[in-house]
Design a protein around this ligand. Structure first.
Ligand code: ATR
Length: 279
């Protein structure tokens, strides 16, 4: 019988996950289908119960359900618990188990460019859901320091105080981070500043950027944000959010099927789609 997969969110029309996963199912000749499901916050509990009843094989979870789904599942793994958010659910013998592949997806993309994080100094800009996923993944992978800078400093402080690893982590205002920018080897922009349609904004000044730094922006529409454009002009290496999106999907696919998919194929597919829909 055809296996059913889905992504739950509201809105959901913009999601590129169905295209990405359905292409993989057909490429690997798997009898499976991935469907976008628009689920309102107040219907989430009913939706999860219904999906479990019909024996869904797995699903992704996106805005605004990544945290509120947790009590509706049969269990979550340790990283998802630390992050406080689930983006991937696997039906394991009738039990719905939640995982978070956003942070590991980011890390997998980083490893293509920076094979080891040992000794690196990292700055994360933002302290929301995406920043939490990246923060809790990075602190486990060897950097010397992971600082968090946010418009609301209290939120950055709350995040670094939740860390149980013995790693140096400071909470900074955006202004403080801008002044100390030359200290960092890796800078990760996780806010929505610069995302289509308000594309000519950036969260902080890059005038003190170290030209040897690698600058990430998890946004992929536009493919090159104002922040990345300025970083490139300063001579830094830049990376957009395509890889994080593709790798989080690849890790979910692997959890569902046991197959490690062709990431290059997934990236091409998403880029083709973005090329058709961008401004
Ligand atoms: P996500 O789950 O996508 O990370 P989120 O949890 O709503 O989204 O977090 C959004 C992040 O972008 C936060 O760090 C937010 O800063 P605050 O905590 O101060 O709200 C940041 N952000 C959003 N709009 C911003 C702006 N105009 N200037 C600076 N930071 C902004």
């Amino acid at each position: 019988m055809k296996k059913l997969f889905a992504v739950l969110g509201d809105p959901i029309g913009h999601s590129m996950s169905p295209l990405m996963h359905n292409d993989l199912f057909s490429f690997y000749k798997m009898d499976a289908h991935y469907h976008p499901l628009q689920v309102k916050a107040e219907s989430l509990e009913d939706a999860v119960r219904g999906l479990k009843a019909i024996g869904i094989a797995g699903f992704n979870v996106t805005v605004p359900h990544k945290s509120t789904i947790i009590p509706l599942l049969d269990g979550i793994d340790e990283l998802a618990g630390e992050i406080g958010a689930v983006n991937t659910v696997v039906n394991e013998n009738g039990k719905l188990i939640g995982y978070n592949t956003d942070g590991p997806g980011f890390l997998a993309g980083v490893k293509d460019y920076i094979p080891s994080l040992t000794g690196k100094k990292v700055l994360i800009i933002g302290a929301g859901g995406a920043a939490r996923a990246i923060y809790f993944t990075l602190v486990k992978n060897g950097p010397q320091r992971v600082d968090v800078s946010n418009r609301t400093v209290e939120k950055a402080l709350k995040l670094v105080n939740e860390c149980t690893k013995s790693i140096s982590s400071n909470a900074l205002s955006l202004d403080q981070a801008g002044k100390r920018l030359e200290e960092y080897d890796i800078i990760v922009q996780t806010t929505m500043i610069g995302m289509y349609p308000i594309i000519n904004e950036q969260p902080l000044s890059l005038s003190n950027l170290n030209e040897n730094a690698v600058v990430y922006d998890i946004i992929y529409n536009p493919l090159e944000t104002e922040f990345l454009l300025k970083a490139k002009q300063k001579g830094a290496k830049i990376k957009n959010g395509i890889d994080m999106f593709v790798y989080q999907g690849a890790l979910a696919f692997e959890k569902w099927t046991g197959v490690s998919p062709d990431v290059g194929r997934m990236r091409q597919n998403v880029l083709k789609q973005l090329g058709g829909t961008r401004c």
